[in-house]
Design a protein around this ligand. Sequence first.
Ligand SMILES: Cc1ncc(COP(=O)(O)O)c(C=O)c1O
Length: 537
Amino acid sequence: MGSLDVLEYLGMHTSKHQHNTGEDDFIFHEDNLQRYESSILNALALIKKTIGNNEKPFSGILPHELASQFAGIDLDTPLGSVDAALKEIESIYLKDAVFFHNKKYLAHLNCPVVYPAVMAELILSSINSSMDTWDQSVGGTLIEQKIIDWSCEHLKLGQQADGVFTSGGSQANLMAMLLARDHYCHTQLNQHSNKHCGLPECANKFRIFTSEMSHFSVQKSAALLGLGYDAVITVDCDHKFKMKAAALRKAIAAAKNSGLIPIAVMATAGTTDFGSIDPLHQIADICDEFGLWMHADAAYGCGLMASNTRRHLLSGIERADSITMDYHKSFLQPVSSSAFLVKDKANLNFVTHHAEYLNPLSAHQEGTPNLVNKSLQTTRRFDALKLWLTLRIMGLENIGRVFDQVCALARSSHLLCSLDPDLDVIHEPELSTLVFRFNPALPAINHSHAHDLLVDKCNQHIRKAIFRSGEAVIAGTRVYDRSYLKFTLLNPQTSLLDIQSVLKLIKQHGFEYLQKHTERQSTLIPALTNKTLEVTL
Ligand SMILES: Cc1ncc(COP(=O)(O)O)c(C=O)c1O
């Protein structure tokens, strides 16, 4: 029996045209490009319709209201057509999505995205390269490597620098702490290898220093790395919410004196709430003095790299042993687009594992560039293509201009809020966030604990009420144990007029709340009823 006869005997298809219904209809391949194109065009039409008809950043829907729509959905029964499925998605997702591109989305570190990057999403998802090995990505590997080299060069990390794309800033921070821990063990504990032997006995004495304003992924990483939250010592910040260098030195010395083992400092170049940049040069000096690993978390502040006018704010970052970059925060990139960079590529060996089926040592010795050798992930998206097409079409200068624009907007918004007697602004923005709270004069209970609690509740209410209305989306945070509101500005389309109208909403909801919640305290604030809602420009 010939081989074709065998296939026919086994009932298998010998011609690609023989079978043309069912699962094949949906697979991306050369005979299906027509269906692929029409599906994409259908999706595109839906996106255009959704975005074109929507002026608000959010519908205001509550979790239980949306959840009720999921009750009747049977995932075992396909809907039978692309149109029907898209209609369903419109109703259970798009209609109520939170739109980061909207001018009044002012909440978290989410940026609007640029078309070149979205175009890249289509390409990379369709081709579906995986970045673990050369034989699954080829040009993709070189594209990612070039973006990494370019980033290292812009940050002046030196000839031995390298890095890898990550799923986000949290993973990059985790990598930093892993490398810091393993580098310490290798260099100071007689080449102890955590990879092979697990943690050394003294690991419970390891200490990592970070500011009280740094991202929570520092604590989380300490837990994941077997060091525990207690291994992280938080250092006080100054009135600009930057780590106090003197307090850092004192904390390191105190830890050493009490028999603990300082291993790293996690500095932040752009804190989540305040955009504050720790004193990088002073921290680098202290790390040199005590022989500690210095990491700079520039998840947010990395946008400064693109700026012609604010680049100097990152001065000192070139002295860091490792850096976190979130292009999906400050480079107008869709999630995910992040990287972890190291000054000395040899340290990436701490995460290398050779698997015979995937990335054997022999391939490395032959010079095959398998990026899995320096990543925590195995299968990995080709996210670098998004930044690549953005740089090739839009250019770095334009990204920098956008970052400059939102930083300038934060400054003007700060001025606006500072001039308003009903608002307390807590800092002068260094990047593009603004933290403030609604706090009008309440004569009868001024400076009392009750006043603080009332204002806290009022600000929490304002945020929720605005979210429910869908008119804008703003964030909230706690500072010095009090509730604040926060704007995170990343959209160059947002104008000062938009800010003004959101401030008006804030005051409107704030005064309404105070009126309602102070009625019982009769004489409390007669003046409130006459308060105007004007915000001066
Ligand atoms: C300073 C900072 N570092 C790290 C992260 C974590 O980044 P990701 O959300 O990409 O994991 C954030 C997120 O907001 C951040 O603000």
